[in-house]
Design a protein around this ligand. Structure first.
Ligand code: NAP
Length: 357
């Protein structure tokens, strides 16, 4: 080997690298953009679809950033293996992994096939990444799983599972059994809405994210001796395709806490479940109010709709003199006051919900 080749190889191998999954759009794209600004190393924007990923890279290049690209379908073990080989050969190790790729069911229809595919992507992918990419993690590397408010233990209402998932010596088997228990209940038609918060809405997504946040705890325990930090976090309700554009936060707002967690957070934050405002939340507090409430989406939808149309302040005298029933008059007056004359009420309402969303 020529001396110059040797030096080149050394330079490349000593470069720090960060990998973001599912980064062609949404929160993952925002994270890549933020890392490009703040991380002193190579940032990989990865996506399952090569064309969509390269398009996203082109957007960032136009903004003056230089992310690198590689195809990565986290639910496809052969794609993860190809990426592993590429990283090993070209970089020798990994400093940061942000597991962001995810899907939501998008319908209330709770079939076995749909539940399994949501769980395979949101939770199975973490298992694939763990199996193939974790061996490349360098000492003191940081891993972040983008979970959800659906990933807090308070989403589970079944007492046996709350107890088992809260065990100090929680194992992968416990978590996999939890996932299998849910899938089995859907297959056999014995699924009970009361086993989950919010009357069991989007149960497959809740199960996948609870499993992901529980696995974070096991992974931290195992990787502790290598100084590696693993956390999971809820990014807030972010305006992306997943939420059909409804959200309190832009993708750039939403990227701040993930990037803080992998670049700056003190090493005492480990194996933790972190809220989008950087608060470390007690994941085990199953009675807490952190679980996802579908109403928060509807509230935001209503708020968005009303904030776009001009509703004049309607005087109550007009409502009464036009033979509108007193109950309807009250509702119309309230909406009119809330969303037109007194915009601050509208904002305050948003803020109240935001605190616990
Ligand atoms: N938005 C929110 O309010 C919110 C709240 C809580 C948690 N989250 C979590 O935040 C993460 C990002 O969500 P988002 O809102 O940004 O959603 P999004 O806009 O729908 O983006 C999801 C990304 O994941 C990718 N993806 C899906 N399956 C994949 C696979 N098998 N391999 C690789 N990439 C895959 C998608 O790629 P394609 O373009 O190819 O589909 C897309 O790039 C998810 O884990 C989600 O659960 C979001």
């Amino acid at each position: 080997m020529l001396v110059s080749d040797c030096c080149l190889e050394h330079t490349v191998m000593s470069e720090k690298i960060a990998i973001v999954t599912g980064a062609n759009k949404g929160v993952g794209f925002g994270i890549v953009r933020c890392l490009c600004k703040r991380f002193d190393g190579v940032v990989y924007l990865t996506s399952r679809d090569e064309a969509r990923g390269k398009q996203a890279v082109a957007v960032l290049e136009k903004e003056g950033f230089s992310p690198r690209y590689h195809q990565l379908d986290v639910a496809d073990i052969s794609s993860v293996a190809k990426f592993r080989d590429f990283v090993e050969k070209n970089h020798g190790g990994i400093d940061i992994i942000i597991n962001n790729a995810g899907v939501a069911p998008g319908t209330d229809e709770n079939t076995y096939e749909l539940s399994k595919s949501v769980i395979d992507i949101n939770y199975g992918s973490i298992v694939n990444v763990e199996e193939l990419l974790f061996p490349l993690l360098r000492e003191n590397a940081r891993v972040l799983h983008i979970s959800s408010d659906c990933g807090h233990l308070s989403n589970v209402r079944n007492k046996e599972w709350i107890e088992r998932l809260s065990k100090k010596d929680l194992t992968r088997k416990d978590i996999n059994d939890f996932v299998e228990w849910y899938l089995d209940s859907v297959k056999k038609g014995t699924f009970k809405q009361s086993d989950f918060a919010d009357n069991g809405t989007i149960p497959s997504y809740r199960v996948s994210k609870v499993a992901m946040s529980a696995l974070t705890i096991v992974q931290q325990r195992e990787l502790e001796p290598r100084g590696i930090i693993v956390n999971s976090m809820h990014p807030g309700l972010v305006s992306t395709d997943m939420t059909t554009g409804i959200g309190f936060y832009s993708i750039d707002d939403a990227a701040r806490t993930p990037v803080y967690l992998v670049l700056e957070a003190p090493p005492t934050i480990k194996g933790a479940y972190v809220w989008h405002d950087r608060t470390v939340v007690d994941w085990y507090d199953y009675k807490a109010n952190y679980y996802f409430k579908r109403n928060s989406i509807f509230i935001q939808l209503i708020k968005n709709t009303f904030s776009k149309i001009h509703i004049p302040l309607i005087p109550s005298t007009w409502l009464l003199s036009n033979s509108i029933s007193p109950a309807l008059a009250f509702v119309v007056k309230h909406i009119s006051e809330t969303f037109s004359a007194n915009k601050s009420t509208c904002t305050t309402y948003g803020m109240i919900d935001r605190a616990r969303e």
